[in-house]
Design a protein around this ligand. Structure first.
Ligand code: NIG
Ligand code: FE
Length: 396
């Protein structure tokens, strides 16, 4: 059995609450961490570090759990740079461009889709993302949704069936029939490759009744629920997610007090909420929209995650550090809250306890920064601060 010691860590963010400074971040100074068999085997003072077969000298830098990006749409073809440019010249974002990407995705070969997924997965890994969720949703036929999930499952276990992204053009005047297709043959074809089911519950996409019907069909075949909710305006998505026991409701840009109360009501014994509010500031950046108010959620006791929403329309970034910087500057999160939300928060949104944390038994997914502190992720926006990534204990 070979072992690897990450030694001489100036600041180790463990996310083991109370195990050091910084409250939930559990920060240890002058620390070391031992990796064996892809897992964290030991964490402690550098002065007490055990012998190991290999050694990485962190040279006093900060070490954090790898980022957990719990919301990404990587299976697509084409891009929508012109749509972005039009928005920056004053056009609004409506979600209507999704159909443009659906057309390009249907026309693409498996090899083209696979190449895009792998390129973006590698891009995210270089920026410190060690766990990523990937949705379907740009195929919207039985065959194209199934192949999107099959290709996504080649790079992650966190795959999400989003056949209910929009009603495709050919069903525009028959939305009930499309919902029947999603709940029937499309779900059956997607099921072998999917862990989650998601619906874009929004005006212009799916209303509460359709969303409830689709999500409960998914639950009936063993998929767990997450919801695109309250992105473009107020609506029923957040409360529907809470009603169905969703792991996460995502976007949460337009919330009423009743939405916040509903999320807060899912509080569990460990001080977190069973339904996480996942905020996606890349989408507000790229659609020039008001940002969600993370402070309001945090002050109400709601667990918050940050994710990229990486997709060719509303948020073409794979960078979790960029999202952290936006969350701190624009959403009233402290740097510590944003770092927690991008690691432990994302893990919580995926109902995972083996990632987003550095304790014995957790996966050895970690990043070494070119910086002495996690604060630099927000303090030095746009700078490639991730010096090295360990994924399953293997240096990348
Ligand atoms: O999460 N909101 C729905 N889906 C994506 C946008 C997809 C697109 O514009 O292509 C999102 O923002
Ligand atoms: Fe999304």
């Amino acid at each position: 059995m070979s072992s690897l010691l990450v030694d001489n860590i100036g600041e180790l963010v463990t996310n083991v609450a109370g195990s050091g400074e910084g409250g939930p971040l559990g920060i240890r100074r002058r620390a070391a961490l031992l990796v064996e068999e892809g897992e964290v085997a030991w964490v402690g003072p550098a002065a007490d570090a055990p012998a190991a077969d290999g050694r990485i000298d962190a040279a006093g830098a900060a070490v954090l759990p790898g980022f957990v990006d719990s919301h990404a749409h990587l299976v697509f073809a084409g891009d929508r740079a012109a749509e972005f440019a039009a928005r920056m010249a004053g056009e609004p974002y409506t979600g209507g461009g999704i159909r443009t990407t659906v057309g390009a995705t249907r026309a693409a070969s498996d090899g083209e889709l696979r190449a895009t997924v792998r390129r973006l997965r590698a891009e995210a890994l270089r920026q410190g993302t060690t766990t990523i969720e990937i949705k379907s949703g740009y195929g919207l036929t039985v065959a194209d949704e199934a192949r999107s999930l099959r290709i996504a499952a080649e790079v992650t276990g966190e795959t999400t069936f989003l056949g209910a992204h929009v009603v495709p053009a050919e069903y525009a005047d028959r939305p009930d029939e499309y919902v029947g297709l999603v709940c029937g043959p499309m779900l059956a074809a997607a099921r072998p490759y999917a862990r989650w089911i998601d619906v874009f519950c929004e005006r212009g996409a799916f209303d509460a009744d359709h969303a409830r019907a689709i999500l409960t069909c998914g639950q009936a075949v063993g998929l767990d629920v997450r919801v695109h909710a309250n992105q473009l305006g107020p609506g029923p998505g957040v409360r529907l997610g809470v009603e169905l026991g969703a792991a996460s409701v995502d976007h949460c840009t337009h919330l009423t007090d009743a939405d916040v109360d509903a999320l807060a009501s899912t509080a569990s014994d460990d001080g977190q909420t069973a339904t996480v509010a996942t905020l996606l500031p890349g989408a507000e950046f790229s659609t020039r929209s008001p940002y969600p108010d993370a402070r309001r959620l945090l002050d109400a006791g709601v667990t918050v995650a940050l994710a990229t929403d990486c997709n060719p329309g509303s948020s073409y970034t794979s960078s979790m550090p960029f999202c952290i910087a936006l969350a701190v500057r624009e959403m009233r999160m402290t740097p510590a809250e944003a770092v927690w939300a991008a690691t432990a928060g994302g893990a919580r949104a995926l109902r995972r306890d083996d990632v987003g944390v550095l304790r014995p038994g957790a996966r050895a997914d970690l990043i070494i920064l070119d910086a002495p502190s996690h604060l630099h992720l927000a303090y030095r926006p746009g700078v490639p601060l991730v010096r090295q990534v360990l994924h399953n204990g293997v240096p990348r």
